[in-house]
Write a protein that binds this ligand. Sequence first.
Ligand SMILES: *Cc1c(COP(=O)(O)O)cnc(C)c1O
Length: 389
Amino acid sequence: MDNSLRAKLFSSGKQTPYYFYDLELLQNTLSLAKEQADKRGFHVHYALKANCNERVLTKIQQEGFGADCVSGNEVLKALDKGFPASKITFAGVGKSDHEIQIALKNNIFAFNVESAQELEVIAHWAKAANRIARISLRINPNVDAKTHKYITTGLDDNKFGLPAIEIDKAVETLRANKHLEFIGLHFHIGSQITDLEVFKNLALKANQWRAWFEEQGLEVKVLNMGGGLGVSYEDPDLNPIVDFQEYFSIFDKYLERPNRQEVHFELGRSMVAQCGSLVTKVLYVKDNGTRKFVIVDAGMTELLRPALYQAFHKIEKLQSSTEETQFKYDVVGPICESSDSFGEQVELGEVERGDLLVIRSAGAYGEVMASNYNLREELRFVYNDTIES
Ligand SMILES: *Cc1c(COP(=O)(O)O)cnc(C)c1O
């Protein structure tokens, strides 16, 4: 976040707390992701669950990405925003009958299926609607994503993916049912993955699975590698855009495509995390003798990630100078929960009542997880093109 932006936000006097979105940074991020994917003929479906903000979503749709949805309402949202049905996928362990019907009615590109029973239910509704459901099977490749355990999804003891012992049954159902069309394989092993070696391991596992399915006589047309690319929460200014080039080139190098299989991705966090910040005002500063607390007007109700999975977000004074003496503060929200904390022992220049703090990298899994617990007020938003200087 550059100094002119900080100055504008500082003088705008907007009521806090609010989410600030830098749509210019978003645009630059999307352009780079698109360029690097297009170059290799890869297709990216944006994971709506990371951020469904109207303006953010509009930009992503305009840039030509597909949509990866995890609920019927996300499917409807994507359609409403203008994402073509042919570029919408529907994933998730617990698709309800109603949600499956919505997806069938709108003839979306594919279902990412996570159990043999789900496959039978989709077949049932596809027959009833006289549709053909395109199916990708979500394989659990048992690759360690080396990320927080709450956002690891590709290990054998996670709830996600088709269990190995159900695969034969799923293959049998696919073969027997003319309302199901097998199109390929889906993998998604977790989120906030920063060790890129993990993606190499995933590609190598995917090669084995593709070969196995082909041995069964099932043609794999699409290889969907999911999302999970991590961002720098530690230094968003140094790394505002992730290295899409390196990420895609790993798959380009290691993922075999003997029949020129299509390669799909479902990126969420890496597209939107850095363009969002949560701006909050200091209500009180108190010192209990051993700790200094900064109590701000935003809480876990606006940004749940720290409370939910001890996520780290960089916290800064909106305006500060490098010469300031640094103090250590626990930055906490007003909600009546001890987990309502944004960071412990955060180093900041001296903080006073009325100061503005910025919680960085809040564009992914921020706004979408907000609640009105404690009857909190509706979220507020500021965009780079709606602040007056
Ligand atoms: C959440 C999710 C994604 C997006 O993950 P990111 O880490 O935000 O890139 C992609 N695919 C599936 C199936 C998901 O559940």
